[in-house]
Design a protein around this ligand. Sequence first.
Ligand code: NAD
Length: 511
Amino acid sequence: FLIQDPKYSFLKELGLQDKNVGVFNGKWEASGPVIQSFSPANGKVIAEVQTASVGDYEKSVAAAQEAWHLWGEMPAPARGEVVRQIGDALREKLQPLGQLVSLEMGKILPEAIGEVVEYIHVCDLALGLSRTLPGTIFPSERPGHVLIEKWNPLGLIGIITAFNFPVAVFGWNSAIAMVCGDVSVWKPSDTTPLVAVAVTKIVESVLQKNNIPGAIASLCVGGKDIGETLVKDDRMKLVSFTGSTAVGQQVGVEVQRRFGRHLLELGGNNAIVVNADANLDLLLNAALFACAGTAGQRCTTTRRLLIHKKVYSEVVSRLKKAFAGVVSKIGDPLLAETLIGPLHTPAAVEAYKKTVAEIVKQGGTIEFGGKVIEREGYFVEPTIVTGLPHDSPLVKTECFAPIVYCIEIPDLDTGIKYNNEVEQGLSSSVFTENLGDVFKWIGPHGSDCGIVNVNIPTNGAEVGGAFGGEKATGGGRECGSDSWKNYMRRSTVTINYSGTIKLAQNIKFGD
Ligand code: NAD
């Protein structure tokens, strides 16, 4: 196991061992199958994790429900104080947790640390929210009456997360849900189980210090079976699901079947529209990170460049040069000189190979890359494709790898049309210096995505805004703005202090 190698001593700093328990419900106890966690950089086993059986899941739900009685009644500012301490505990473990994310997920260390920082930022945001959670009073049309909007916690929620943001996505949900008064059961991706155990240990340490039952932040590492059980469980008032569109669609239907609430954060097929007047230095700088960064494994990775015909050749040739400049910097994501790490699994490499073969078969040109890199681990070349039609099924499909399609456009209107013609609606960006075009882009006939940027890449969101996308991206919004509403139920309360009964709309009934 890599955990025995002194090079990875940060694993022990996080309380991880050769064999870890993947279920926490106040106690660490698991009885499901044992799985291995691999480093995508070399294919070696880091350590083992015992996963949740359905029985373990049941115990965790029961413990979380029990713990909710205490947590749901605590004043929100007191819950905020606990979340503040979680932020501080994460600050203390920033380096080792970032290193673990890099080792187990495969993204480069600065991005892995950035992901932990994102969780810390959400804790800060949630702390403020805990003292400002709104409740409105509306004027009543009836004398001696008052209309109040009262928000209460949902209770128990399920959080299912994807492999590519194994810390941040849990943090976005958990920190906000905690101040809202909810308790959660987290089912992380079964290919990043060590990150989930390490994060839960950090949260546990804070809960313990504050004498709060650990079950308010329960963990059930497991695969599809645990995910499906959670989704069908009508004790889960909300299922927050982050993952692929295909799985998210099933999740949405299942949760709807039982009239539960869902928050879906699904796949993207994000475009940058390059206007004729774009600042190309800015664009190239942004596009390199957006297309090739994280080895194409962000939901917000740029997969399509919609480039004005006047600058098309220049953009493609400069992008090829930029890609060539980073090829020597593909490697071990934990090393300081690395800019691009591996794909996460051998299956992802297969999907990349299959897509590249299909591109060639359909007459596309591989302008750059297109090959698997011959070395240990799951490395591929960042890839630039030209020559495919804008509406080719390949271009319209999210392949979770660093492949970008360059497509020529005659004008901004066509760029907007192509941007919007895919089924997904997560992120988008335009590069332009023209103010009128900016407003067209962000207006009613502009980009139909949840994230609509100008002169920045499609990826790299901040926590203050609501994060999520439209259409097949699922429609959910997480993190900032009013996303907290997802985690609470609203009651409209009318209180009569007039001493007489008056009906609304002045309806007379009887005398
Ligand atoms: P995935 O859909 O394969 O898995 C996501 C999670 O769902 C995992 O925990 C998995 O174990 C679980 N799961 C699998 N089958 C299930 C089922 N039938 N019922 C319930 N749970 C089930 O996705 P992935 O490969 O881990 O992640 C990559 C995908 O996630 C990409 O499509 C990416 O765009 C998307 N993503 C979206 C966002 C966003 O915010 N929109 C963020 C990150 C990733």
